[in-house]
Design a protein around this ligand. Structure first.
Ligand SMILES: NC(=O)c1ccc[n+]([C@@H]2O[C@H](COP(=O)([O-])OP(=O)(O)OC[C@H]3O[C@@H](n4cnc5c(N)ncnc54)[C@H](O)[C@@H]3O)[C@@H](O)[C@H]2O)c1
Length: 312
């Protein structure tokens, strides 16, 4: 029988990055409701990564405490090596251990490639991809040391990363964001193989929800709450149960998965499949490549019939 989610994370310690606002806040509250002690990391920045404030993270800590949960703030930049190490240390020093890393922090600086500045590219790759890496790196180091000290190779560990279907679609106008999210997916798949030695798991979520990230821009109208009071498909609260489930003992044998979720819709991606898988008798030449691939692509549309999923 499946246990009730309340208490399913009793005794566990979780970090949620970027937990001051949006999805991270919802995830931190849900993990706390399920019994976890939560380290609330945030930098309190604007959507484009500018500014910085401790107020957002402190507010979420107060919200968790008001629910009767346990939480501490760990202000800091996930993409800064030392800050990320301090966030992990905060978990261990405040609550004695670290079991769950919910990597969520992110920024958005969209633009077409021809107009994108070097800094616009670097900042998005840095916060998302390096930010996921530094947090995974320091978390896995804690697990390695814990496992060496106890002599028990197996422990309770969960890495959950946040990608986006922007990378599956190769979104127009989001080359930096799509590339960062693709990197996060593959970083996490590699982490899944490595952390299996500790009995830990690593998975990727691809959420769709109404936050400040989706309340402006070309898709804002899709993400709006219904005016008739009907089911609110893009309410960020719908993402929380998947995060709690992945963090819980229910998902002990779930690792290396990409799971998309919005509203009442959940999609588990299968591994990429080959459209053509051909062993040639002779080494390839321009002529025999044309003879082989010409017919394959003859009736295919460029882009629409390519690797990427269709745009929303
Ligand atoms: N909203 C969606 O539909 C959607 C879709 C796909 C993926 N995502 C991803 O979900 C995650 C959360 O996004 P959101 O929609 O809640 O956006 P949001 O802007 O509401 O929240 C992002 C949070 O990350 C924090 N942050 C930014 N840079 C940071 C840094 N360097 N260190 C620590 N904290 C930092 C911000 O201060 C903010 O609190 C992001 O990774 C985003 O790319 C969101």
């Amino acid at each position: 029988m499946v246990k009730k989610d309340v208490g399913v994370l009793d005794g566990k310690v979780a970090i949620v990055t970027g937990a001051g606002l949006g999805l991270g806040r919802i995830e931190a509250l849900a993990l706390a409701r399920a019994g976890a002690s939560v380290v609330v990391n945030d930098l309190g920045v604007e959507l484009d990564g500018s500014g910085g404030s401790e107020a957002e993270a402190n507010n979420v800590v107060r919200e968790i405490e008001a629910l009767g949960g346990r939480a501490v703030t760990a202000f800091g930049d996930v993409a800064n090596w030392d800050d990320a190490q301090r966030v992990v240390q905060t978990a261990v020093e405040s609550f004695g251990d670290l079991h769950i890393l919910m990597n969520n922090a992110g920024i958005q600086r969209d633009g077409m490639i021809v107009k994108m500045s070097e800094e616009q590219w670097d900042s998005v790759i840095r916060v998302h991809l390096k930010g996921h890496f530094t947090m995974i790196r320091h978390t896995m180091n804690h697990w390695r040391e814990k496992s060496k000290a106890s002599g028990d190779p197996k422990l309770y560990g969960r890495l959950i990363s946040t990608a986006s279907d922007s990378f599956m679609m190769g979104n127009l106008g989001q080359p930096n964001y799509a590339a960062a999210k693709a990197g996060i997916a593959h970083l996490t798949l590699s982490a899944a193989r490595e952390c299996a030695r500790f009995g830990a798991t690593a998975n990727v979520i691809l959420p769709r929800a109404r936050t400040r990230m989706t309340m402006s821009g070309p898709w804002a109208s899709i993400f709006k709450a219904p005016e008739d009071g009907g089911f609110d498909t893009f309410a960020p609260e719908h993402i929380a149960p998947l995060v709690v489930w992945l963090a819980s003992p229910h998902a002990q044998n779930v690792s290396g998965q990409l799971i998309q979720l919005w509203g009442k819709h959940l999609r588990v991606f299968a591994p990429p499949t080959a459209l053509l898988d051909h062993e040639n008798d002779e080494p390839f030449t321009l002529e025999n490549i044309q003879a082989l691939l010409g017919p394959v692509f003859e009736n295919k549309r460029p882009i629409e019939d390519g690797f990427a999923l269709p745009m929303m």
